[in-house]
Design a protein around this ligand. Structure first.
Ligand SMILES: [Zn+2]
Length: 361
């Protein structure tokens, strides 16, 4: 589970708050935490990161870092605050990014970057005189190609060298969003970037609106193949989703063969303060998502234990909204079924899940 700056500076900054969180994580099968040091212009002081890292390690958790690269430019003239999505042709933004990478790398050996490296400068998104001049200077005609070139340069020349200089064993991970159709246009290039970083993760946050919920199941295998086996796992969240959809993402992340599942985040599930969301997405009924996860956590664990080391067989989404997934392991065949509908379908209750075991022979 990740903990945003809001929680790291808030609930988790006290021993009492940490005890409460630790109890819940232990009861619900969590073993690894990602503590965020920067997001939307808000920082966690380094001493506080160290204190929480050590407290959670002492409690038996693996602890890594996280950075959300947003609001790194100066505010535009007349604006109250910096733009959420960064303009990366701005040397100041790149300098701030290097500082945050170095700071996180001094505290954590492993740091994940939330999926805000993308750019919306230039066609068809909006005008940016600075990027237009930079694009001209580089002699790149196409905006999409320019954004990919710029993001790759930020990764290669800023993020990774700053991290390595601060901590020779620093390992940074690039996380890709769920919206794969727009990667190239907004600067993402998983094939080259994952090679540069060594590891990537991918979003399985399909939420309520995605018409193709089973994307949360296939996107990791797709990303893993695309990046030569460098996809470390799937990341989902509790934004803009019903409790049932939230848990569905948890099932699909495991069914899709994630080596690790990543729940974003403490703030949306366990805190009274969800913090600010980038585009006003809602952590609707955080208590409800938590309760739904608690009810499912035993079954999710059992499924994860079956899927670990199993050979993935075929899977498909039926026209009735029930998906079927086949696994083979230890001379047994497992068939999982998940109902994505709000009504009973094919013997499964609304949003019901079942896992059956058969002898393979
Ligand atoms: Zn720009």
């Amino acid at each position: 589970m990740s903990c945003k700056v809001t929680a790291v500076n808030g609930d988790l900054a006290t021993a009492e708050g940490r005890e409460k969180a630790i109890g819940w994580w232990r009861r619900n099968g969590f073993t690894k935490l990602w503590l965020e040091s920067y997001r939307h212009g808000e920082r966690v002081p380094t001493e506080r990161l160290v204190e929480e890292r050590d407290a959670f390690r002492a409690a038996g958790f693996e602890v890594c870092g996280m950075i959300t690269p947003t609001m790194l430019n100066d505010p535009a003239p007349g604006a109250k605050e910096a733009q959420m999505v960064v303009c990366w042709s701005d040397p100041k933004a790149r300098e701030r990014m290097r500082e945050e990478c170095a700071r996180a790398a001094k505290v954590f050996d492993t740091v994940i970057l939330d999926d805000f490296l993308f750019s919306v400068c230039g066609d068809p998104f909006g005008q940016c005189a600075r990027c237009a001049a930079d694009k001209e200077r580089r002699g790149i005609a196409d905006w999409s190609e320019y954004r990919r070139a710029l993001m790759y340069e930020v990764c290669e020349k800023d993020i990774l060298p700053a991290a390595k200089a601060a901590n020779g064993t620093a390992h940074f991970i690039i996380k890709y969003p769920c919206w794969y159709r727009n990667y190239a246009e907004r600067g993402y290039d998983p094939v080259r970037q994952a090679k540069l970083f060594g590891e990537c993760w991918v979003g399985t946050e399909t939420r309520d609106k995605n018409p193709e919920p089973i994307q949360a199941c296939w996107i990791m295998a797709w990303m893993d193949e695309l990046t030569g086996g460098r996809c470390g796992g799937g990341w989902y969240d509790a934004l803009d989703c019903t409790p049932e959809k939230f848990v569905e993402q948890a099932y699909y992340t495991i069914l899709g063969g994630a080596r690790e599942s990543f729940v974003h985040c403490y703030d949306y599930l366990l805190s009274d303060n969800p913090g600010r969301t980038p585009f006003g997405e809602k952590a609707r009924g955080p208590g409800a998502c938590r309760a739904a996860f608690e009810r499912a956590s035993g079954e999710l664990r059992r499924l994860a234990d079956v899927v670990a080391g199993a050979e993935r067989g075929p899977f498909s989404m039926g026209g009735n909204g029930v998906s079927t997934h086949v696994f083979f392991k230890d001379r047994k065949c497992y068939v999982a079924r998940l109902n994505t509908k709000d009504v009973p379908v094919a013997g499964l209750p609304p949003h019901g899940f079942e896992l059956r075991e058969y002898r393979a022979d």
